[in-house]
Design a binder for this molecule. Structure first.
Ligand code: SPV
Ligand code: MG
Length: 539
């Protein structure tokens, strides 16, 4: 493995090479990681974005050591170099020297300073009213910075604000040249116009004296090819991660505020799994395996997929229902994917009808060869070996949203079932659903209490509290209870033959086992008609 050059060297090469380079704005560790993951070779630690993310103005309201803290998080979070927006250097030449040393210590590859007066304000706010630093004073600051750096490759970019302040090309040229002579590694020429005329005029006159960096926030309509042809070295996309996250946060906050529920937001925000991935949770998990004494539990799944599903007609002539294609892949593949997305990796499938067609990879298979004359409990019994530890048992024809699995994973109770309290629709469709009665109906109170399952198919209509969703989670104790029950039933082959999972759960309840209920509404789909296959494809 060839190791990457140090960050300072990477940045210096980006600035100096012929090929155009891009820096993407970031303002904290997360956005820095996002920029690197997207493929950017380097990061712009934007003063505007960092201050906005901190909830303050781009007016040196955050102290430079506070900016330094943020820069350190960004630098630690990434392997690509960062050019930090150092505003005016936060003081005189002396402060600048301290800033450079501190940035080097924190792994920042370079700093850009602008020729304004401390405290500065953003270039797009009253630009023409902003005073510029005296040229010789600013040149002294650059020289001091270059003298302070311990690493030869640390980059100091001098930013010229002449155009911003309403001065012309002559002043811009004079300043750029003075800063070059003072030792700057590159010139950032800024412009607030909507066209690149000032920038192109400068580039033409400047030639190749030093690499030129630009920030096309206002003249964003210019094709990048124009910058490339004009000999620009680095383009900075200066604030677009901050602005895109602001827009997303505003929309999410508004929706949750007005709707008082997360239902319409959950599927639109980044999944928690992605948050954990970008945080490197995986790495910690590996480290825990190496350094911590063995503990912790992983959840497994057993999926019952033995039946043909004759109600799907032609679709299940040559394969079981679980292998019917939905949006380009088998129903079972969607189910396995959902399990894997919540880190349930040990997956067992019980097959029966046309078992040779149930052949997805990385799954442990159990067979119920008597599928034609038996029911679910016989299939479950075939997988007794997998009923060990924390196990979720579900059907090969039930699609679930992953938060439902996550919710089950997070429970500690011995036997837990999911119940959809919005069962009216199933009733309307006259489906053969597993209606249940619970210790209390779904309500605010139900969220505070532990609701338990009283039983299936209650006789009285008003005792129906919902529909069992065909999913049950067992703790290690719950798994043991089920194994023991299956063993006890082993001698009663005739009885077991016709038993479905609800019958087994009913037996446990009769034994005094508390079956915990978690209520939900929707977000699952029992595929038991051709129409469901169509709906499922969009699920
Ligand atoms: C920043 O991103 O903070 C900059 C660029 O300095 S600009 O906002 O264009 O001044
Ligand atoms: Mg700035």
């Amino acid at each position: 493995m060839t190791s990457k050059p140090k960050k300072t060297t990477q940045l210096k090469r980006m600035v100096q090479r012929q090929e155009l380079a891009f820096l993407m704005e970031a303002h904290n560790g997360l956005s820095a990681k996002v920029a690197e993951e997207a493929g950017f070779e380097g990061i712009w630690g934007s003063g505007l974005s960092i201050s906005a993310a901190l909830g303050v103005r781009d007016h040196n309201e955050a102290s430079w050591t506070q900016v330094l803290e943020v820069a350190e998080f960004m630098s630690d979070a990434t392997t690509v170099p960062m050019l930090l927006d150092g505003d005016t250097g936060y003081g005189d030449f002396n402060t600048m020297q301290r800033v450079v040393r501190k940035l080097e210590q924190r792994g920042v590859a370079g700093v850009c300073i602008e020729d304004k007066i401390f405290p500065k304000t953003n270039s797009f706010i009253r630009g023409a009213a902003q005073p510029l630093a005296a040229i010789d004073e600013f040149a002294g600051k650059i020289k001091a910075g270059k003298d302070a750096q311990a690493d030869d490759d640390f980059v100091i970019v001098a930013r010229v604000e002449a155009f911003i302040a309403g001065w012309g090309i002559e002043e811009a040229m004079k300043r750029a040249e003075a800063y070059r002579v003072a030792g700057a590694d590159a010139i950032l020429m800024h412009s607030a116009l909507r066209s690149p005329v000032e920038i192109l005029a400068f580039l033409k006159e400047w030639g190749n004296r030093l690499p030129v960096v630009i920030v096309p926030t206002k003249y964003y309509q210019t094709p990048t090819e124009v910058f490339r042809d004009a000999g620009v070295s680095v383009v900075i996309w200066a604030n677009h991660l901050m602005r895109s996250s602001l827009a997303a946060m505003q929309s999410t906050a508004k929706t949750i505020f007005s709707e008082q529920t997360l239902l319409n937001v959950e599927e639109k925000v980044a999944p928690l799994a992605d948050v954990f991935r970008i945080q490197g949770e995986n790495e910690l998990e590996q480290a825990e395996k190496r350094y911590l004494p063995k503990h912790g539990r992983s959840v497994k799944a057993v999926i019952l997929a033995a039946s043909q599903g004759a109600e799907l007609g032609e679709l299940t002539r040559d394969r079981p229902k679980a292998m019917v294609s939905l949006a380009g892949k088998p129903l079972l593949a969607h189910i396995l994917e959902t399990y894997r997305s919540v880190n349930v990796k040990e997956l067992s499938v019980v097959r029966g009808y046309k078992k040779e067609t149930v052949n997805l990879a990385n799954v442990k298979y159990f067979d119920n060869d008597a599928f034609a004359t038996t029911q679910e409990v016989s299939s479950l019994a075939a997988a007794t070996e997998a009923l060990e530890g924390d196990v979720i048992v579900s059907y090969g024809d039930v699609l679930l949203k992953k938060y439902i699995l996550q919710e089950l994973i997070d429970t500690d109770d011995d036997v837990v079932v999911m119940v959809d309290s919005n069962h009216a629709e199933s009733r309307n469709r006259g489906r053969n659903a597993d209606f249940v009665s619970c210790s209390e109906p779904n309500s605010r109170r139900a969220y505070q209490n532990v609701v338990t399952l009283k039983g299936f198919r209650p006789e009285r209509e008003d005792a129906v509290h919902g529909e069992w969703m065909g999913i049950v989670k067992l703790s290690p104790t719950g798994s043991k209870l089920v194994r023991e029950k299956l063993k006890a039933l082993a001698g009663e082959a005739e009885r077991v033959r016709s038993m479905k999972l609800p019958d087994l759960l009913q037996l446990l309840i009769a034994d005094g086992v508390k079956v915990r209920v978690i209520y939900t509404t929707g977000h699952w789909l029992d595929v038991d008609s051709v129409e469901d296959v169509v709906v499922g494809a969009a699920f």
